[in-house]
Design a protein around this ligand. Structure first.
Ligand SMILES: Nc1nc2c(c(=O)[nH]1)N[C@H]1C(S)=C(S)[C@@H](COP(=O)(O)OP(=O)(O)OC[C@H]3O[C@@H](n4cnc5c(=O)[nH]c(N)nc54)[C@H](O)[C@@H]3O)O[C@H]1N2
Ligand SMILES: Nc1nc2c(c(=O)[nH]1)N[C@H]1C(S)=C(S)[C@@H](COP(=O)(O)OP(=O)(O)OC[C@H]3O[C@@H](n4cnc5c(=O)[nH]c(N)nc54)[C@H](O)[C@@H]3O)O[C@H]1N2
Ligand code: SF4
Ligand SMILES: [Mo]
Length: 712
């Protein structure tokens, strides 16, 4: 008897519908769900690896504690007692700020963790809260907050209706779209061209997305803000600016015009590597298209001018009348409206406090993770002595991973909520493993907010929760309860927890749906229960100014904080950011069969080699008297790694690329397959000091490196 189960894949942002067939409790096949309301049958190779994740004997099912170099399985009760004692000891000895927490990327891909993850880390009462946000999309949140009044009011490219997509630093053909949930993004890009539109890509690498585009321009890493200023300069100089309906509720147009006046294309051509003529063409084509949208992702948010770049992309959309307009940059109307709910981001502020050592600014209660290692290894009042991680691997995913690795190893106490013993969690004293994707239910609270179409889908669990295991939300509630301060708080916490436990994520989700924008029309969880392929709620629709969350209900085209940061950019122009003395500029990349740092224990995803190589333009290879396939040594200010060299004319000369998430062969991890395909970590080269000063985000793109043949 074959059973068929429909759900959404939770590995990346694309929310692909999948059909999983099982026989006698064993997964026999995973395919794309042709009937899915959104993904039209698309999947990528990673979805099939959900089977490997589910069956992986190295995935933890029971809590473990570290005894010397050994891991010993213990009961949940013992584990919680150890954690409570470990954390409270540090709190009573060194104060609340001595415990740091870090929420990793998969937190957002779990309904339970989304609901209770930050509730727990907040219950610790520490200013040292961190997450993957500050190595990722932080500048996009801030630009949205400063311009539209809410960090989740991120404009989404209306991919299916645009005639002109201008992409900065994103590779949706591989990533499947980010801050642009778009299953089968590659096909949707092809459709733009099929209907006579254009796709133009700005990227230091001729990417898989660039191959699908009409135009591609190499750009010097980190110089997008300059290019964008020049594009705006051309728009104003040629009088093609037109705000359309946004005229009524937009402030700052004259100021923006003045600011960009000093950035004519000639002035930025050398720093960006794009000729003045090409810049004019990019601007003209963009302005001339009936429906166009500019879009930027990781390549622009994880660079030293990430805040400026993200702001300017949206500013370009606003002044050319693309904001809130079909085929342009639009806002979603999600079934659970995170913008109305009292989430962490709702009352988000910026810079209410600063990190102890370097004075980096807080956002929404979190500090930039580039500061985490120094908060651990710099002695003094407030030094971090304990760590909690949830679904993260910051040793591989944050800048200067080596320093963090060393610092974590010296902590008094570390608890990881994770089901793998990876490069970070190997240092934990206790690991609490939650159930994995197929054993729990799911609804994408976040990615429905960031999707190119309004849809809603609930995935029930495929397998019942195995005996003796716990869901992430159950672990998080238990921990939050144990860490609460004061008798009254503990008691009221217990009552609340009991109510919440009974309702569970399902009950809270149902409330979110009923009070959401479609609740009045009867959308509820039971409706979703009877729609296993999801429900289509239609294309994105204009919603401004009503949806703005700025106090004055107006778009702020030129937020105060960005103006000050332009001076920093000016200094870079003066210096010109072209590397000297044989220096190369390092950028990252993602690959279809790889998912950040954590799916490399799946044999089928790591099979075939050459995933973790350093890509270099053939001219740069020749100058260094190297050959394709050589083992090379790459050094930066913070460290050195060795990798295989791959000559590639897809690289901009002077720029090299290494994928992140590798570097597995370290002692004490329990990832046998990954260790056999170890690679090396790009973040052993990236620099914790190199940040976007405006936002605090990591500045991964453009790290200066030197490369020589490795001595054998
Ligand atoms: N297969 C796969 N898919 C994934 C992931 C994965 O690991 N693997 N991860 C998921 C996650 S967590 C995220 S956040 C998304 C990210 O989604 P994307 O942002 O679409 O993915 P990247 O491949 O990182 O694309 C960044 C691009 O920026 C370019 N770039 C680097 N520096 C610069 C620069 O200074 N300027 C410009 N203009 N371009 C630059 C790089 O060459 C690269 O092509 O992908 C998600 N999807
Ligand atoms: N140089 C460079 N560095 C980068 C990037 C880059 O482009 N270049 N990209 C950055 C980006 S965009 C991101 S998002 C980060 C990601 O960085 P992180 O979030 O720190 O790391 P991940 O690799 O996603 O690690 C995920 C961990 O979560 C665990 N896990 C998976 N599912 C679950 C679950 O359901 N519950 C729990 N509790 N644990 C789970 C896995 O076992 C793994 O240990 O990396 C960043 N680092
Ligand atoms: S693109 Fe791949 S990993 Fe992402 S949701 Fe779809 S099937 Fe899953
Ligand atoms: Mo990410």
């Amino acid at each position: 008897m074959t059973d068929r189960h429909f759900r959404s894949c939770t590995l990346c942002e694309a929310m692909c519908g999948i059909v999983i067939e099982t026989e006698k409790g064993q997964i026999t096949s995973i395919r794309g769900d042709e009937a899915d309301a959104f993904s039209r049958g698309h999947i990528c190779p990673k979805a099939v690896a959900l089977k490997d994740l589910h069956e992986d004997p190295e995935r933890l099912r029971r809590p473990v504690k570290r005894v010397g170099a050994e891991w010993v399985e213990i009961s949940w009760n013992e584990a919680f007692d150890l954690v409570e004692r470990g954390l409270k000891n540090v709190q009573s000895q060194y104060g609340r700020n001595a415990i740091a927490s870090y929420l990793g990327n998969p937190t957002v891909h779990s309904l339970g963790a989304m609901m209770f993850g930050s509730a727990f880390t907040k219950s610790l009462g520490s200013r040292n809260r961190y997450s993957a946000t500050s190595v990722d999309q932080l500048p996009h949140h801030l630009a949205a907050m400063w311009m539209f009044g809410h960090p989740l009011l991120i404009p989404i490219p209306d991919l299916d209706r645009t005639d002109h997509l201008l992409i900065f630093g994103a590779n949706p053909a591989v990533s499947n779209g980010s801050l642009m949930t778009a299953p089968d993004a590659a096909k949707r890009l092809k459709e733009i061209r099929a209907r006579g539109g254009r796709v133009v890509v700005i990227d230091p690498r001729y990417t898989e997305t660039a191959k699908l585009a009409d135009g591609h321009y190499f750009i010097r890493p980190g110089s997008d803000a300059l290019l964008l200023l020049a594009l705006l300069n051309v728009v104003f100089a040629e009088g093609t600016d037109r705000l359309g309906s946004a005229t009524e509720f937009t402030d700052g147009l004259a100021e923006l015009k003045t600011l960009v006046a000093s950035f004519p294309p000639d002035r930025v051509a050398k720093s960006t590597g794009i000729s003045a003529e090409a810049i004019r063409k990019i601007a003209r084509d963009f302005s001339a298209a009936p429906r166009a949208v500019a879009y930027g992702r990781v390549g622009v948010s994880t660079q030293e001018f990430g805040g400026l770049a993200c702001w300017l992309i949206t500013a370009l959309n606003v002044v050319t009348g693309r904001i809130d307009s079909p085929g342009g940059a639009m806002f979603t109307r999600p079934a659970v409206d995170m913008i109305h709910l009292g989430t962490d981001l709702a009352g988000a502020r910026f810079g209410r406090w600063k990190s102890r050592v370097r004075g980096l600014p807080e956002f929404a209660g979190e500090l930039p993770v580039s500061a985490l290692a120094e908060e651990m290894d710099t002695p003094g009042e407030g030094q971090v002595r304990a760590l909690v991680t949830h679904a993260g691997n910051p040793v591989l995913s944050t800048p200067n991973g080596v320093r963090l690795d060393r610092a974590i190893a010296k902590l008094d106490f570390y608890v990881a909520i994770d089901f793998y013993i990876n490069e970070t969690t190997r240092h934990a004293h206790v690991i609490l493993p939650p159930t994995a994707a197929l054993e729990r239910d799911h609804y994408d609270l976040v990615f429905h907010v960031l999707a190119i179409r309004n849809t809603a889908k609930y995935s029930p669990p495929l397998f019942p929760k195995p005996k003796g295991t716990m869901h992430d939300w159950e672990i998080l509630i238990e921990l939050a309860q144990r860490m609460r301060r004061g008798l009254w708080k503990r008691l009221s916490g217990r009552v609340k927890a009991a109510v919440i436990k009974r309702a569970g994520p399902r009950g809270l989700l149902d409330r979110g749906l009923r009070t959401g924008p479609y609740g009045r029309d009867g959308l509820s969880l039971s409706k979703l229960d009877s729609a296993p392929h999801g429900i289509d709620l239609g294309a994105l629709e204009p919603c401004l100014p009503a949806r703005l969350r700025t106090k004055d209900k107006r778009i702020h085209l030129v937020p105060d904080l960005v103006v000050a940061d332009l001076a920093r950019l000016e200094q870079t122009v003066a210096k010109s950011n072209i590397p000297r003395d044989g220096e190369l500029s390092l950028i990252g990349r993602r690959e279809l069969r790889s998912n950040n740092s954590w799916m490399h224990n799946s044999e089928r995803l790591v099979r075939g080699d050459r995933q973790c190589t350093v890509l270099m333009h053939p001219e740069d290879v020749a100058v260094r008297k190297l050959t394709d396939g050589d083992r090379v040594r790459i050094t930066s200010r913070v460290g050195a790694i060795e990798l295989e060299l791959e000559a590639s004319d897809a690289m901009m000369p002077g720029v090299v690329s290494i994928p992140h998430g590798w570097g597995h062969g370290r002692s004490g991890t329990k990832l046998t397959v990954a260790a056999a395909h170890a690679g090396a970590s790009i973040n052993d080269l990236t620099d914790d000091i190199r940040i976007d000063v405006l936002t605090g985000n990591a500045g991964f793109s453009g790290v200066p490196v030197h490369i020589v043949r490795a001595s054998s």
